[in-house]
Ligand binder design. Sequence first.
Ligand code: ZN
Length: 265
Amino acid sequence: MAFLRAWRRLRPCAALLDAVAPETCALCDLAYDPRTWCSRGSRAPGLRLWDEPHLCRPCAARLDTGPFTGRVGRVGRDSRSLTVWAATATSAELTRALGAWKYRGVRGLAWPLGALLAAGLARLAPTTEPCRLVPVPLHGSRRRDRGFNQSEVLALLVARAGGPAVRTDLLRRVRATAQQASLDDPAARAANLGGAFAVVDRRDGELPREMPLVLVDDVVTSGATVLAAAAALRAAGRPVAGVLALAAARAGVAGGRVDRAVTPA
Ligand SMILES: [Zn+2]
């Protein structure tokens, strides 16, 4: 935290603060060191003044898993299927970083994760046409509990890094659903999302009907969530080009498959 860091510079406060609130890397427990620490990025809603990345640079580099630089695949079947652009492979480090961000409130991890997604967008170049990013919404109750929507924060950070503009006003989660991660069965995952999303019909003419939309989610596992979100948008006449995610399961369920690794040119 920023004010703690300022106090830390005033010895002997540092020793006392380290005892009560040690600042360490969220992945390797390395103590804070300005020379090897991830820096903050631009602020987005969902990030507070005192948030810090809490991540050392070697761990941030490990999130982007070496020569494996991204994957493109599809989830769903036939006309309802969706292309998935995943910035990186799933890894134990990424799972831990996402867990710390979403469930343990280490909000500043959004910066390195947002940078990872922005790099994925640049490398995978999902569409050459103008498009809009649509983060997968959380239900109001879950958003209140967590304090932010991880997909929205990621999308906003990607937009600030030069990506397409974000629309958070097109899609709503109208039904609170069980956490997808708690359901193993593909059929249960799909059923859990029935009627979960609704499209806000905007008649202001601000967004052309033909503008392609790219959904943004943190991780695509079975694809059930993004397929349900895309189905709602498509039913309202909005074209969905695919999904941009930090990572996607190599072999999803519910017909999902991520099958082509992409290496940079
Ligand atoms: Zn570390």
